[in-house]
Design a protein around this ligand. Structure first.
Ligand code: CDT
Length: 304
């Protein structure tokens, strides 16, 4: 059986605060139709893909925050994504704000799901590394309040058998941490999907603004190579509510090479046929974990 998987990275341009979920979903369904025409089997959408990137604002009223979250998925406005998956026989990865009732409490997570070509949810991931700050910091030109609005993911990193291989998920800031890729690779993940919203201006260290694109690719290419896996990184890009978000969505091979990259700051589909067996070139050689890793001397890494 072929281990080649046609993957689409479906970058989204800005989503303004006034844009409804139905409008965002219609844009994504359009990208799924484009994907079908190009033979794609799996489409990757960005982080928090149904709304504007709301952690840029401080809200005192929790009801205003909750309006950006999904209480059910699919819900009435998101059902067309699942219908399109079934109709087109295309799977998708989608980032969204998850409002869950668990242990008798209301919980908020920055979440992604993996849906197969029958429209069934086969995996869910809750973002582990939450960046930014928890309190209102009025000196900033815009906020990054992920630490206020979300709880850290409580389910760790997973791996799912789907699309003829072993699939993994992560979200945005996770890509900057080597532990993310290694936790997935140790579970045999062959293709990692990751959506992001990355402001180009980083208020605490503006000296790094011109390096945003470099750091984006640096960490994903290194993670792909050092773990011998495909990495699909997908942006919400462009000027959203006055805030410039990085583009450069890309599909990276297990050698660390960028195989395809978006060239606009708008809705754009890029595709690549990912041979999942190419992970073996790295994993059976230079990074053969069982032969060369020395976990007995890495104990500091997991000590708090
Ligand atoms: N969404 C997200 O995680 N964004 C962060 C921004 C930098 S930290 C404020 C990122 O790592 O791209």
């Amino acid at each position: 059986m072929s281990r080649k998987l046609m993957v689409g990275a479906a970058q989204l341009g800005p989503i303004e605060r006034t844009e409804s979920r139905s409008q965002a979903v219609a844009r994504m369904v359009d990208l799924m139709h484009q994907a079908k025409a190009r033979g794609v089997q799996l489409v990757v959408f960005p982080e928090l893909a149904l709304t504007t990137f709301f952690p840029r604002w401080y809200f005192e009223d929790q009801a205003e925050v909750d309006a950006f979250f999904e209480r059910e998925l699919p819900g009435p406005e998101t059902q067309p994504l699942f219908d399109a998956a079934r109709e087109l026989d295309i799977g998708f990865y989608l980032g969204y704000g998850e409002l869950a009732q668990e242990d008798g409490k209301t919980r908020h997570f920055n979440t992604s799901i993996l849906v197969d070509g029958s429209g069934r949810i086969v995996g869910k991931y809750r973002k582990v590394h939450l960046p930014g700050h928890a309190e209102h910091e009025p000196w900033r030109p815009f906020q990054h309040l992920e630490k206020r609005y979300f709880e850290p993911g409580n389910q760790g990193f997973g791996a799912w058998q789907a699309f003829g291989g072993t699939m993994g998920m992560a979200l945005c800031n996770d890509r900057r941490w080597p532990e993310t890729y290694r936790m997935l690779a140790l579970q045999g993940v062959e293709l990692m999907m990751l959506g992001y919203n990355t402001p180009i201006h980083y208020p605490p260290v503006p000296e790094h603004d011109h390096l945003q694109g470099f750091h984006n690719h640096l960490c994903m290419q290194a993670g792909a190579y050092q773990n011998g896996m495909w990495v699909v990184g997908v942006a919400k890009a462009g000027k959203e509510e006055g805030c410039d978000l990085l583009g450069q969505s890309c599909i990276i091979g297990p050698t660390g090479e960028i195989m395809a990259m978006a060239s606009t700051m708008e809705d754009e589909l890029i595709t690549y046929e990912c041979d999942l067996d190419r992970t073996r070139e790295i994993r059976e050689n230079i990074f053969n974990f069982s032969l060369h890793r020395r976990p007995e001397v890495y104990d500091l890494i997991t000590k708090a």
